[in-house]
Design a protein around this ligand. Structure first.
Ligand SMILES: [Cu+2]
Length: 151
C-alpha cells in the first residue's frame, strides 16, 4: 500500500539524512506576480477550472497534489471548493492570501467544503497543503500547491 511506504523508509545516516533534506528542499522559481504569500514550494499545473457562482467546484487530492490546482474565480464572488481526499493520509487547505482559515482535509474524506469570498483585487493568489510529516519536507515543498486566479 502506498500509505505505508513513507513510514517503512529505513533510517539514513546523519550525513545522508542532512544531504537528503538539503536535496528535498531545492530552490524553485516562485510564480511571478503573486499577490499575498507565495507557496513555500514549486507549482506545477495539474488542471484548470473556472468556478461558477453558487456551484461548488470539486477538487481531488491525489498523492501529494491538488487536482485541479488552477482555479479561476470572479473578484468578490463567494467560492466553494469541495475537496475529496483520495489518499488515506491527511491534507489541508492553506491560503493566507485569501484570508481563509486553514481547513483540515482528513484522510479518505469526501467533499470537505472550503468556502471563501474571492479577493476584490484581481490577480493570482496561492494555496497549498502545509502538512509536514515528521522529518520530511512539507507537502507544499513537494509541490502540493495551487493558484486561485481572481478576475
Ligand atoms: Cu497534503
Amino acid at each position: 500500500m502506498a500509505a505505508a511506504s513513507a513510514a517503512a523508509k529505513p533510517a539514513a545516516s546523519t550525513a545522508a539524512s542532512a544531504a537528503a533534506s538539503a536535496a528535498a528542499k531545492p530552490s524553485f522559481a516562485p510564480l511571478p506576480g503573486i499577490l499575498g504569500p507565495a507557496a513555500p514550494g514549486p507549482y506545477t499545473a495539474t488542471g484548470a477550472a473556472t468556478v461558477t457562482p453558487g456551484q461548488p467546484l470539486k477538487v481531488q487530492t491525489i498523492g501529494v497534489s491538488f487536482q485541479t490546482n488552477t482555479i479561476t474565480v470572479k473578484a468578490g464572488d463567494k467560492v466553494e471548493l469541495d475537496f475529496t481526499n483520495c489518499a488515506t493520509f491527511a491534507h489541508n487547505f492553506t491560503a493566507p492570501g485569501l484570508n481563509t482559515p486553514v481547513v483540515d482535509i482528513p484522510g479518505a474524506a469526501p467533499n470537505v467544503p472550503v468556502t471563501f469570498t474571492a479577493p476584490t483585487t484581481p490577480g493570482r493568489y496561492m494555496f497549498w497543503c502545509s502538512i509536514a510529516p515528521a522529518g520530511s519536507p512539507s507537502h507544499a515543498e513537494r509541490g502540493m500547491t495551487g493558484e486561485i486566479i481572481v478576475q
